[in-house]
Design a protein around this ligand. Structure first.
Ligand code: COA
Length: 335
């Protein structure tokens, strides 16, 4: 049975950097508050006055970088998997938009994944299953988000608005017969009883009509979060699923070269690190510069870790995520 290997990685973030002080000029917050609670110093936002872009535009740029890194042509891609919570359109999904913009040949399937911060891992699990069963050989897996056009930059939305940033990252996955490397296993979980704790419920198919100017004026379309509940579950579920992945493969945290946790909050990552008793050099964080880029956060961190030389051939790397749903998961990869 073939193994799934990472052939290349790439990322793209819009040029405009938004610091905590920039946000403090728009609503009641401070650099000190944001850094103390989250570790975030700055994030990137699409500049809608200069160059408007949707998540698919960021995704295409990240995909080009990953294909170039892999030395794989867009004509060799036989499946696109695209994860986002901020698609350009309600339908069709961004997967087909990316296919058209990249000029991936007609007929190649494009699958959209809607699992928020766990989207990349859910996408990886799907791609891995297809590759193992021999259906596809070159999968382009993209995570991309434009949050900045969907955040409430007023005092009311400040808890959420400081956390999220725009960005995209992609990986090219391939099939290998090498038994010693590749994706060892992917572990996925969800508990929909917590759907209300982090969500954006509008427009909704459960309302007639789906959208009204009055409900938009009332702010129904802004994301809502119970930050404390998210924090509490994230620091429990991520260590739990990392241990599940390691245990399944007869390994322990000491065997890990690197843990790449979803970049939700530096304080969450630090607690996950403590609970797993990992050293600083075993954990990669870059949330300080990007904020939470949701489906893009793990591949963006992976791409930077690779380019910093922190992921070398033979290294054991664990990717883990937790997010809205709640959904969570982990993947263990031998590079
Ligand atoms: C969002 C988060 C940083 C808030 O930290 P917290 O310690 O829980 O803070 P609270 O929500 O209790 O708010 C504390 C105070 O700060 C205020 N506050 C909230 N956001 C603020 C901001 N951006 N700037 C300044 N003050 C803020 C609150 O209004 C509250 O004020 P009050 O005490 O007068 O009522 C934290 O809960 C968190 O990171 N949760 C996880 C979020 C996450 O990762 N989401 C994505 C998951 S994938």
């Amino acid at each position: 049975m073939p193994r799934t290997v990472f052939l290349g990685t790439g990322h793209f973030v819009p040029e405009k950097v938004v610091t905590n002080d920039d946000l403090a000029a728009r609503f009641d917050t401070s650099d000190e508050w944001v850094q103390q609670r989250t570790g975030i110093k700055e994030r990137h936002h699409v500049d809608f006055n200069k160059e408007p872009m949707g998540a698919s535009d960021l995704g295409v740029r990240a995909a080009r970088a990953a294909l170039a890194d892999a030395g794989v042509s867009k004509d060799e891609v036989d499946l696109i998997v695209y994860a986002t919570l901020s698609p350009d359109r309600a339908f069709p999904g961004d997967g087909v938009l990316v296919q058209a913009k990249l000029d991936v040949p007609a007929g190649v399937p494009a699958l959209d994944v809607r699992n928020q911060c766990s989207g990349f891992l859910y996408g990886l699990a799907v791609a891995d299953a297809f590759i193992r069963q021999g259906s596809y050989k070159r999968v382009l897996l993209i995570g991309s988000e434009v949050h900045s056009s969907g955040l409430d930059f007023s005092d009311e939305g400040r808890d959420v608005a400081v956390l999220f940033g725009d960005g995209a990252a992609a990986v090219v996955l391939g099939a290998s017969e090498d038994e010693k490397r590749g994706v060892l296993s992917v572990h996925l979980h969800a508990d929909g009883r917590f759907a209300d704790e982090l969500q954006c419920g509008y427009p909704s198919s459960a309302e007639m009509p789906r959208a009204t100017p009055e409900k938009v004026a009332a702010g129904r379309h802004w994301p809502k979060m119970n930050g404390k509940a998210v924090f509490k579950h994230a620091v429990t579920r991520m260590p739990e699923v990392v241990l599940e992945a390691l245990g399944k493969n007869g390994l322990t945290p000491a065997d890990l070269k690197l843990l790449i946790p979803h970049q939700a909050n530096l304080r969450i990552s630090e607690m996950v690190q403590r609970r797993l008793e990992l050293r600083d050099d075993q954990v990669f964080n870059n949330i300080m510069r990007y904020g939470n880029t949701t489906a893009a956060s793990i591949p963006l961190a992976l791409d930077e870790a690779r380019h910093e030389g922190r992921v070398q051939p033979g290294d054991l790397v664990c990717l883990t995520a937790f997010g809205a749903g709640f959904t969570w998961g982990a993947a263990l990869v031998r590079f």
